[in-house]
Design a protein around this ligand. Structure first.
Ligand SMILES: *Cc1c(COP(=O)(O)O)cnc(C)c1O
Length: 388
């Protein structure tokens, strides 16, 4: 095939004039920080997932941090999570002063394997943090029932799971504190942003106070007509609030989400068909336990069937002008975790095996058919050329 001139990036935002207009309106409104647009986005998002409360923040990382901090998790506590996640999930456990404990995944889905959880529970365990990897839900009935049995909290990392359901329940519907990401590459993007959802009034009140310096009243209350200049600092909080500029994009993206998801489904289905019978390429398994938000599309490179490995496959895709990513370098393999928590290669073999063969291809709603076909043809050509 002929190699194209322009690069297909791994990801890019999907927007039209409505996002641009929304930002212009937010800028002209004079509310540049947290204000009425943020409140409206919180309300709409809570309605969308079916939670009582939603707190708009400047990242998913902030939502994870607040979930731990507002529950008083810290020194002497252990939190169980997965190595197959972005570092921020586990970094926040460490930043609270608690100890991260990893449990291995199911290699076929990338999701935390509930069979491994109970072995990892000690008298110090306080919480389980599952990650809805790639847009599929973890087995929440099993995880919740283990948590209930041992009196543990469940905090869900839903960075990949805007639009995901578990069975017929929306992820973020309020049972557990749930952290969403609106980072530039995520299914619903505002640049930098996140959302924390929960049904628990006390927890959400604490998280809200901690999200804005620990102050008893936020800027919107203070600077509006009816507000007062007076506030009390109730805790040494953080600076995690969303801005109205970001929220104005979020509202438009939320309205566009259904269409964007339809496009993700289309592209994923097309790729599935193209890669079904390719030598040396296999695909991630669908759990069939809910709606997949298709945040990632991964191909798995089998180095026993090909003359090249995963890393070379990525380099050749780059020569074809195709950007890729890898989700994820297992957290326990990073130097910090090795040095401070004694983790090492071999500790979580399923996560390490998945890591060694996975490539995330460009799969996002801003791609046109020509680009999607080009990526599929390139993957086919590379695999066929290098078949053993
Ligand atoms: C992107 C991501 C995060 C962090 O999201 P931010 O909004 O960038 O803080 C956390 N967990 C997972 C699994 C992610 O992919």
């Amino acid at each position: 095939m002929k190699i194209r001139d322009d690069f297909i990036p791994y990801s890019k935002p999907c927007f039209d004039q409505s996002e641009i207009d929304a930002v212009s309106d937010a800028v002209r409104s004079n509310w540049w920080s947290k204000g009425p647009k943020t409140a409206e986005f919180e309300k709409e998002f809570a309605k969308f997932v079916g939670a009582k409360h939603a707190l708009a923040l400047n990242s998913c990382t902030a939502a994870l941090h607040l979930s731990l901090a507002a529950n008083g998790i810290g020194e002497g506590d252990e939190v169980i999570s997965t190595p197959m996640t972005f570092c921020s999930t586990v970094n926040m456990v460490v930043n609270c002063g608690a100890k991260p404990v990893f449990v291995d995944i199911d290699e076929s889905t990338g999701l935390m394997n509930p069979d491994n959880i109970e072995k990892a529970i000690t008298s110090a365990t306080r919480a389980i943090m599952p990650v809805h990897y790639a847009g599929q839900s973890c087995d929440m009935d099993r995880i919740n029932s283990i948590a209930d049995k041992h009196g543990l909290l469940v905090i869900e990392d839903a960075a990949h799971a805007v639009y995901t359901t578990y069975k017929d329940r929306m992820i973020g519907n309020g049972k557990n504190p749930t952290a969403f990401s609106f980072y530039a590459t995520k299914n619903l993007a505002v640049g930098e942003g996140g959302m924390l959802t929960s049904n628990d009034d006390d927890f959400m009140q604490k998280a809200r106070v901690l999200s804005l310096h620990g102050m008893s009243a936020n800027a919107w209350n203070r600077y509006s007509k009816t507000g007062s200049w007076r506030y009390d600092v109730l805790a040494p909080g953080f600076k995690y609030n969303m801005t109205d500029i970001a929220a104005s994009i979020g509202l438009v993206q939320l309205a566009r989400l259904e269409n964007m998801q339809t496009r993700r489904e289309e592209i994923s289905a097309y790729y599935n068909k193209q890669f079904e019978k390719l030598p040396g390429i296999s695909l991630m398994k669908e759990t069939g336990m809910g709606r997949n938000a298709h945040h990632l599309y991964a191909i798995l490179v089998d180095k026993n069937e090909l003359t090249i490995g995963r890393d070379e496959f990525i380099e050749i895709l780059k020569e074809y002008k195709i950007g890729t990513s890898v989700h994820f370098i297992p957290v326990h393999m990073h130097p910090f975790y090795k040095e401070h928590f004694g983790t090492k290669e071999g500790d979580f073999p399923a996560a390490e095996r998945l890591f060694s063969k996975t490539i995330s291809l460009p799969m996002h709603p801003a791609m046109n058919d020509e680009e999607v076909e080009y990526v599929a043809n390139a993957v086919r050509e590379i695999a066929e050329k290098h078949a053993r």
